[in-house]
Design a protein around this ligand. Structure first.
Ligand code: FAD
Ligand code: SF4
Length: 474
């Protein structure tokens, strides 16, 4: 069927909708919101791809997945072949298919998107990865002969995992050191179950274990061993991928009141300490039931936090953001889902003070209204406070979700690497090489908070450069 259909006919096929849980039901559970394509939907969507001779979509993918080729296999119904093709460039496709901002990367470059809606590349990626896992299990590629070289990777988020996947396939021995007791970085402790089930992250990490990657949890590099000690212990190169896990605060009065959290703390308690599986796990976390919860920020982290609070029973769940919804950095899909689930958006508003009771518990937040001025250095219009517009909003819990900076442990213990004034590691962008011989870095610790796929792209770039470095050294 795939080869008989003309491009004109392909262009007439509408973008296929992915089935999803009803918002009324899903806001009371932690099951996945998006339910994935059926085989029929996947093949129909794949037929929309016109197989461009110069597939611009591939240029938009930071890890260079051969998008046109895997989609052609989906259209033919060869789903396992499609999975194999995709994994030539991406060993974490079920994760990327769920959380990557495809609308800003591969899909924005899709030729079909110039006249119609672009091909749903992310949904097809997810379908293919799920199909393989659920039918034959994740298959791993054959390995090259061992080189005898050892690489230490610090951090098991997407940057560390993608670097590990490439290096092990090049024949090197790879050990990933992770500070927490669970692997996956933000994929596990940040992104909630209803967007990215933990079983899927674990299955994709398990495929790296099958390839021979060694994982060491509860290993805080800088405390258990320093970067120098890793090299003294026989590692030939080190890749630092420790992310940006230190939350920023608003620095306004009342921020120390009981009931004021950072998103990091709240999400860690819910995801890693499993409050989302209440009552099976009795995790100490704020009881949101019938309460008013305000989350300050407009990114993916803020959306995840507020949607969790709704699922934990919040009566009122607010997003309070100082710009308008046009400037919100969260994915459009997450904003749409949040609105469907009954999240209230209070835009052009900024907190100026948290006010508590005599026992030190949060009671209200003083909000000041804002208007938009000229664009600032981020390119987004600058929010300007409107004098005299302050008002009090009663809330029981506040969660600050305005971004993260770098944790200083590596900087303190490895001062001979160059850092910028925010503590991000400075690297050569082509190779991810740091100023220290044999040490490479990538992901959020270099860029500041970014995306899963950019972290993975950095991991892949570093793997190629580490391979070259090891060859040149021997
Ligand atoms: C709540 C939330 C939702 C998000 N949603 C999306 C989304 O939908 N789509 C998207 O593309 N991006 C999203 N992001 C951003 C994305 O998750 C990050 O950009 C990405 O995870 C960065 O990857 P990384 O490997 O650099 O770091 P991380 O994922 O942060 O992983 C770093 C790892 O290093 C470990 N570590 C830290 N210090 C040490 C040390 N000294 N020794 C050993 N290990 C250490 C940490 O414990 C962690 O496991 C979200 C982020 C958050 C917080
Ligand atoms: S740009 Fe769009 S239509 Fe062209 S090959 Fe890529 S996915 Fe297919």
């Amino acid at each position: 069927m795939a080869e008989k259909i003309s491009n004109k006919e392909r262009m007439k096929i509408p973008r296929q909708l992915m089935p999803e849980q009803n918002p009324e039901i899903r806001r009371t559970n932690f099951g996945e919101v998006n339910l994935g394509f059926t085989e029929e939907l996947a093949r129909m969507e794949a037929l929309r791809c016109i197989q461009c001779p110069k597939p611009t979509c591939v240029d938009g993918c930071p890890v260079g997945v051969k998008i046109n080729e895997f989609i052609a296999l989906v259209a033919e119904g060869d789903f396992l072949g499609a999975a194999e093709k995709m994994k030539e460039d991406n060993l974490l496709p079920a994760i990327c298919g769920r959380v990557c901002p495809q609308e800003e990367q591969c899909e924005i470059k899709c030729i079909v998107g110039k006249k119609n809606e672009p091909v749903a590349i992310g949904r097809l990626e997810r379908f293919v990865a799920d199909y393989e896992r659920e039918t034959v299990g994740i298959r791993v590629p054959n390995l090259k002969t061992k080189t005898g070289k050892r690489i230490a990777i610090v951090g098991s988020g997407p940057a560390g995992l993608s670097c590990a996947g490439d290096l092990i396939q090049m024949g090197h021995d790879v050990t990933v050191f992770e500070a927490l007791h669970e692997l996956g970085g933000v994929l596990i402790y940040g992104i909630p179950e209803f967007r990215l089930p933990k079983s899927i992250v674990k299955a994709e990490i398990e495929s790296l274990s099958k390839l021979g990657v060694e994982f060491k949890t509860n290993s805080v590099i800088g405390l258990t061993d320093t970067v120098d000690e890793l090299m003294q212990n026989g590692y030939d190169a080190v890749f630092i991928a420790v992310g940006a896990g230190l939350p920023y605060f608003l620095n306004i009065p009342g921020e120390n009141l009981n009931g004021v959290y950072s998103s990091n703390e709240f999400l860690t308690r819910v995801n890693l300490m499993k409050a989302y599986r209440f009552p099976e796990f009795d995790t100490p976390v704020f009881n949101c039931k019938d309460k008013s919860i305000a989350v300050f920020g407009g990114g993916n982290t803020a959306m995840d936090t507020v949607r969790i609070s709704k699922r934990l029973g919040a009566k009122n769940a607010y997003i309070i953001y100082r710009r308008s919804d046009v400037e919100m950095p969260a994915r459009a899909e997450e904003i749409h889902h949040a609105k469907e689930e009954g999240i209230e958006f209070i835009l052009l508003s900024n907190p100026v003070e948290f006010i508590g009771d005599e026992k030190g518990w949060l009671k209200t937040v003083m909000i000041q209204k804002m208007e938009l001025g000229e664009p600032d250095s981020s390119g987004r219009r600058r929010p300007i406070p409107i004098k005299g517009s302050e008002y009090e909003l009663p809330i029981d819990m506040a969660v600050i979700s305005i971004g993260n900076g770098s944790n200083p442990i590596i900087q303190k213990t490895t001062p001979d690497i160059q850092y910028n004034k925010w503590g991000n590691i400075l690297v050569d962008e082509k190779t991810m090489k740091t100023s220290k011989k044999g040490v490479f870095a990538g992901g959020d610790i270099v860029t500041g908070g970014a995306t899963v796929i950019l972290a993975m792209g950095a991991g892949r770039k570093a793997a190629a450069a580490i391979n070259d470095y090891l060859k040149s050294e021997s």
